[in-house]
Design a protein around this ligand. Structure first.
Ligand code: TRP
Length: 454
């Protein structure tokens, strides 16, 4: 089979393959770069508690809903709604998802490019003998440049497109299976080094001792956005992946494995970062540079730091890649199935459009840093609009669709593999998708946007 005659309904090869691909999508920069920086900006512990609540009450039901929609319809994010609700406006949820994919990948590829730069810096041993201030300046001068960050962003987009062209089974599954477990081992090693640094206790307290008085409405909305972002929810990634899951696979089991892996890795990333942040006197609210400044500091304090840094940034780049392909796949599956493009053309078209948007994200740390829209630079505007607005909104309609439009009968059939699996928890699921998740999303949304205040 040549690369271009990928059949749209390619299936994942094995049970582990599904978990690997979905976990590969979920685990990425969201866990290791974004979670620590957003938690750091929003007070730490209290943010973590709210985040975990959202994962359980909203994330799990949304994820199971996405898988059910995709596997039932056997289509892309937009086509699935068209098939299950012909002639109804539900497909607009998919349209919103495809739009979100563009925005997410535009800033995601910028940060993924940074990880490639840090691979290169590790190779040349650029962190050696540098103190906190020097590492900070090093990061600052890199991201505020023009050609270097753009170069790495382009490289990353080319890698992403290349894997997506190769198709689901060959492209996506393969990379995740081996490299993800290795990433986990690396993070655990970092955790050990971080918590044994002198002065690290404050960092653990920051992460695990919640101070709810520090929790703003903004922080609650960011926790919701982060839950969606980290689990890859709300834009049809998991609808698209659901359509590749075999009819005999257990959807609920996959949901639990993927969410648990994703959440554990985010928390581990927090344990790796915050003790070191406090030990080195870095500001936890530092922003998007937080891990890029903290990690090289930790590597400096480790025997064999050169190799750990190199291996870690390579693994981080791969984790970013297994996530970015899942974002691009949403757009490509749509272009292929609804616009009848070949897989190769669809990928090139989508990746090029995203790269153009991505240039603005990257430059918003440099020559475009004074250009702001609604008070946000381009990078933050893309992130905020996608993560905090489009994803929760998408999630809201996805659970409403499953809870109220598809209804209990058909969703039970899908989730139970046509009645084969016994679903003791099904009433809980239906209650969550019908009432709890929509209500919670709506409330956080309205509250977080400042439309109401308690
Ligand atoms: N979850 C990924 C991460 O944590 C990013 C990602 C992949 C994503 N697919 C997505 C985010 C779909 C939102 C929606 O890095």
């Amino acid at each position: 089979m040549s690369n271009s005659d990928f059949t749209p309904r390619d299936n994942f090869g094995s049970k582990f393959g599904i978990v690997a691909a979905a976990a590969g999508s979920a685990v990425g920069l969201g866990n290791i770069w974004k979670f620590p920086y957003v938690a750091g900006q929003n007070g730490g512990g209290a943010f973590l508690v709210v985040y975990l609540l959202f994962i359980i009450a909203i994330g799990l039901p949304v994820m199971l809903s996405e898988f059910s929609i995709g596997r039932r319809a056997q289509r892309n994010a937009i086509g699935s709604f068209k098939k299950l609700a012909p002639g109804k406006p539900w497909y607009l949820v998919g349209v919103m998802g495809v739009a979100a994919a563009f925005l997410i990948l535009s800033f995601y590829s910028a940060v993924a490019g940074w990880t490639l730069e840090y691979v290169a810096k590790s190779v040349t041993n650029a962190f050696a003998e540098k103190n906190e201030t020097e590492l900070n300046n090093m990061f600052g001068s890199f991201i505020s440049g023009t050609w270097r960050p753009l170069f790495w962003q382009f490289i990353f987009m080319i890698l992403t497109a290349w894997i997506v062209v190769a198709g689901v089974k060959k492209g996506i599954e393969k990379y995740t299976k081996i490299l993800m477990p290795l990433l986990v081992v690396m993070i655990i090693i970092l955790c050990i080094r971080s918590v044994t640094l002198p002065g690290s206790g404050e960092g653990l307290a920051f992460l695990f001792r919640p101070d709810f008085s520090a929790l703003s409405a903004d922080a609650v909305l960011s926790a919701l956005g982060q839950a969606f972002f980290s689990l890859s929810l709300g834009m049809g990634t998991l609808i698209t992946y659901g359509s590749y899951i075999g009819k005999n696979d257990n959807l609920t089991g996959t949901v639990l494995h993927v969410s648990a892996a994703d959440t554990i890795i985010a928390i581990l990333a927090g344990v790796a970062i915050f003790p070191a942040v406090f030990a080195f006197g870095i500001d936890p609210g530092e922003g998007p540079g937080l891990v890029f400044i903290t990690l090289p500091n930790i590597f400096q304090q480790m025997p064999g730091g050169y190799f750990f840094a190199l291996l870690f940034f390579i693994l981080l780049a791969v984790a970013a890649l297994t996530s970015s392909i899942s974002v691009l796949e949403v757009v490509v599956a749509y272009f292929v199935e609804e616009l009848n493009l070949t897989r190769r053309r669809a990928t090139i078209l989508a990746a090029s459009m995203i790269t153009v948007l991505g240039v603005f994200c990257t430059l918003s740390f440099g020559i475009m840093s004074d250009v702001s829209i609604f008070g946000l630079v381009f990078f933050d505007l893309m992130d905020f609009t996608a993560s905090n607005l489009l994803l929760p909104l998408g999630g809201f309609f996805i659970v409403m669709f499953v809870g109220w439009f598809l209804g209990a009968g058909p969703s039970r059939k899908e989730i139970s593999n046509e009645g084969i699996l016994k679903l003791g928890y099904f009433p809980v699921f239906i209650f969550l998708v019908r009432f709890v998740a929509p209500f919670a999303i709506a409330l956080v949304f309205i509250y977080g946007l400042g439309l109401i205040r308690f």
